[in-house]
Design a protein around this ligand. Sequence first.
Ligand code: GLU
Length: 420
Amino acid sequence: MEDLNPFRIAHAQFARAARHVLISDGLLDTLARPERTTRIDFPVQMDDGTIRVFTGYRVQHNNARGPFKGGIRYHPDVTEDAIKAMAAWMTWKTAVMDIPFGGAKGGVVCAPKQLSMDEKRAITRRYVTQLGPTLGPMIDIPAPDVYTDATTMAWIFDTYDMTHKGQNNLPVVTGKPLELGGSHGRATATARGCLFCVEEAVGRGLVDGLQTLAGARVVVQGFGSAGAHAALFAQQAGATVVAVSDSTGAIAAPAGLDVARLQEHKRQAGSVCGFAGATAIPSADLLEMECDVLIPAALENQITAVNAERVRARLIAEAANGPTTPAADEILHRRGVPVIPDILANGGGVTVSYYEWVQNIQDEQWDAETVDAKLRRKMVSAFHTVFDIATEKRLDPRTAAYVLALDRVAHVTELRGIWP
Ligand code: GLU
């Protein structure tokens, strides 16, 4: 049975890449471990007057290249090891994207769909307050992740701002609403960046017989902020979105789904299921559908030793964090299926977070076209840097991305020297 512990998976990926870099064992050991792991247990008064205790984490993995940076997720499956893995992935992601941040991640164990707005706000305020001075505009900057959004970020900003008067606190969190210091393009940035990567992959000839996305068949797992927008952008690029899923089920339509209408349906019904003209399919079958591009945009550990052999996509672009396990990576590599790894494919989110942070510090608001053009340049450059390393060193793309990230973080650590 394959080990599905996310932190051990992140470590296995790290160890695989470590064989291809010239970094001392002591420094590698430093880079492998999170700098600080905070766990907090805090009470929240629920709408019915009862008190419930929630567990939250914030893991700060590395800040050699800049302040800690990473999202906060609200999900029942949040564990310390999952957050530790994702904090490390943020360090490698910001390094691959070449933006001046380190890596962190946070999470609260809860079932957000069963919570009212008031309860979610209370959880957010209490969680942020208890993290105290470990957060800050130049220290550690949260952002949205699974089941958190611009509204959650507005509460985080407000909580911090109420207790830090007399200074510009907007850069303490990114992914804020547009009218409260948010950036154009942030809500769609993960998907946008992912599609830029897919286009570059196709342009580089990585998908046999495919010259452009026009007419390509695309399957998207997850219809949250990354997945729904990825499906929409794929369709706008001329692709046919033949199947999508969310946590409630999966649907397929060989002639293509109208993604904008599906978004409307999901808004009203709370699910992609029951969309007119589409057929319900078992969720597990979605990943094994014949298609050109598969975009996992949900949770970790979706493509594993169990199903990797049956995946019939010709390209995989990871909008989610950690959707492919190391065993699946090996199978896909052997079968010649290129995987654009999460720390590259979904790096658009944190990249536009960086743009938001810069706009906040400079008290500016850039227009949507400026953000989009900057993001495209960043993604294209990161994509080719990673795939050039993969070609040159004959590595799978994930290992190549890790090699780039490890080299960048190690180099800066050596420049700074080990304190004191
Ligand atoms: N949660 C997103 C990620 O996993 C974005 C992080 C950020 O913008 O800081 O990349």
